[in-house]
Structure formats: C-alpha cells, structure tokens
Design a protein around this ligand. Structure first.
Ligand SMILES: [Zn+2]
Length: 360
C-alpha cells in the first residue's frame, strides 16, 4: 500500500490532510485525500441542436460548463467541428488558468461510433456518416499528444448516471436519453452493455407505428420520430426550438409552463409520447429484465407527466411486472448528463490506471 501511495504522491494525485485524531490512544493517523487540483478532464458534446463543454476534476467537480445553442443540421461538418474545437479550446484555456493538467477529452456524439477507431459511423439526425471525429478534432486543436475518446451520447449519459448519479444503487437499468433523437445506455452488472459490435441501445429506431412518418434513418414510425422532443413540441403547438439547457429561445420551458398550467394540448402531447415510450420500453424490458428505467436528457424534466402513461404501459405489457414491477427513476443530471459523462469517462480511466496516459 505504501508503495502505491508514494507513487500517487509523486503523480500529485494524493494530498496529505494532516494528523487526524479520533480520540483513541496511540499515534495520530495521517489522513490522505484525492487531490482535485492536479488533473482534470474535458467533456465535449456535439448535439443535434447544441454544443456543450465542461471541465471536471478528479473529485468530479464541474469547474467549467458552457452550452451553445445552435442547430447543427444543414451546417457543414467542418463548420460544426471548427466551432466544437473552439469550444474545447476555451475549456483547455480554463484548465490552464486553474493550473490543472488535462488528461484527455471525452466526446459525446448523437450517433453510432467505432470507439477504437475514433470514428462516427452514422448520425441520422445530423446526416453525417463516416467521419474521423477524433482525428479531425485533434488536427484543429493542434495537440497531437492529448488523448481524445469518442462515444455515443446515450452511452455516456447512461454511464454518467452510474458514476455521478444514482446508478450505482439502481441494479440493472435502461437509461433513456431523450432529445431530438432517443437513445439508451443499457447498464448490466454495473457495466455498459455495448452489444457485439458496440451498437446496442438504439431504441430511438424501434418501430412503434409501421405506418408512421419517415425517420432520418430511412425507416417509418420510429420511436424518436413519434416521441422525441420535436414530435412532442409540434404536438403541443410549440416551435421546435428546444436546445434546452438554458437557451432563451428554447421551447422546453414554455412546454413545462403549459404542462403546469394544465394545458390540454400540451398534456396530451406528453401523454402520447409516454405511451409510445411505454411500448418500446416494455419490449426492451421483456427481453433484458431490468430493475429500473431511468428517464434522462430532456425527458428528466418531463418525468412528472411522462411517468403515468409509461408506468401503465410497463404494468400492462411487461410479462413479469405483476410479480416484480420495474421502477422508474428521474435522472438528476438532466440534459447535462452526456457532456458530464464524457468528462467522467476520462476521469474513470485516470483513476483506473493513474500512472498511464489515457489511451486505447
Ligand atoms: Zn429511425
């Protein structure tokens, strides 16, 4: 233990807290703590209608957080990446001002990812395909040595629930990321279930109405097309500007206000979305038998209105529900979960192998 502690001291990751007496006879103990001022990680999120960045330190404190509302659809990939790299640069500057060294950047994207290759394979809602995001960001940041990792936003949000939220107490859970797209982070035995090729959790493309409208993926009646935030806002009669996250133009606070006021159209829009979510999540629950379903992203704020139709569907359609009901949990991380999970991913890697550079 003392050899390990010495090594962590040398790396500056531990600090001595001074002598600690607990009233017992004998030599006072020397307290040790994690040094939160030495190492940090940057989280970067490329959303469909926003960019977000944060700096998180080893104690998982958020030192810096910024969100830029911008519709990334219809904009060239290069322009979005230019802007994302600038935002990441702002976070790196902030870390430098704080004199913390950045162990890496975790990047959350709204699509399927080859995490080993650092590539976004396809993001239907952005209409992007086969982009080497890690290499492109690294080129723009001009720092060849800085580790950059990329993963799907719902995966990172689901892991954020495990590392920063209530996930560790939830058993096996399905974390549902609700934004323009819908994704899931499937956490089984305390680990993210990725599937054989890393693409598990694409629940947004479960068909809930085969005769429904066309989806960006090419299918029809996909869950995210029918119950995603744009479908809800349209059904409630609101403009489809969401960008949540404190944007002054966002329609989401308006929606919440209408729901609180008992507006019939808004209530029906969210209730219908909850019922459709219930169909998809009942199917998933019958297959993987989770303890809990976590509503996250923009769904977190809508949980008071989504819960009833969703719970009704789970009670009626999950075969085991009568004997062992599935619990519903509202994520406290809300729409910040993916960007915070991206930074926490780097921090977890530092904690797992403190002396090693973060890499694959
Ligand atoms: Zn689809």
């Amino acid at each position: 233990v003392s050899v390990l502690v010495q090594e962590l001291f040398k790396l500056g990751l531990l600090v001595e807290l001074g002598a600690q007496t607990d009233g017992r006879i004998g030599r006072p103990r020397s307290g040790l703590g994690v040094n939160g001022d030495r190492v940090a990680a940057v989280g970067l999120e490329i959303g469909v209608d926003y960019l977000a960045v944060c700096v998180t330190d080893l104690l998982r404190r958020v030192r810096f957080h910024r969100v830029e509302a911008i519709d990334n659809r219809g904009v060239t990939v290069d322009r979005v990446l230019d802007r994302a790299a600038r935002l990441a640069g702002t976070a790196l500057e902030r870390a430098a001002v704080d004199s913390v060294s950045v162990a890496g950047i975790g990047v959350a994207v709204p699509g399927m990812v080859d995490i080993d290759a650092g590539c976004l394979l396809v993001a239907p809602n952005l209409d992007w395909a086969d982009r080497a995001i890690v290499a492109e960001l690294r080129g723009r940041l001009g720092n060849a040595d800085l580790p950059i990792l990329i993963d799907n936003e719902a995966n990172l949000a689901g892991l954020a629930e495990l590392w920063l939220g209530a996930g560790a107490d939830l058993g096996d859970y399905v974390y549902v990321w609700g934004s323009i797209g819908i994704g899931a982070g499937l956490v089984v035995d305390g680990k993210l279930f990725r599937g054989s090729r890393g693409f598990a959790g694409e629940i947004g493309h479960i068909v809930v109405d085969p005769s429904g409208p066309e989806c960006a993926c090419g299918g029809h009646g996909c869950l995210e097309r029918m119950a995603g935030q744009e479908a809800i806002l349209a059904a409630a009669g609101l403009p489809r500007i969401a960008s949540g996250l404190g944007s002054p133009d966002s329609s989401l606070p308006q929606l919440i206000e209408l729901l609180n006021d008992g507006n019939v159209r808004a209530l029906a829009a969210v209730r219908d979305a909850g019922a459709l979510l219930g169909i998809a999540l009942s199917d998933i629950s019958n297959v993987i038998d989770p303890d809990t379903i976590v509503l996250g992203g923009n769904y977190a704020d809508l949980t008071p209105w989504l819960a009833q139709p969703l719970e009704d569907a789970l009670a009626n359609q999950v075969i085991a529900a009568e004997r062992r009901p599935i619990l519903l949990h509202r994520s406290t991380l809300g729409p910040d979960a993916a960007v915070r999970g991206a930074a926490a991913w780097i921090i977890e890697r530092v904690l797992a192998r403190p002396g090693m550079a973060v890499s694959y």
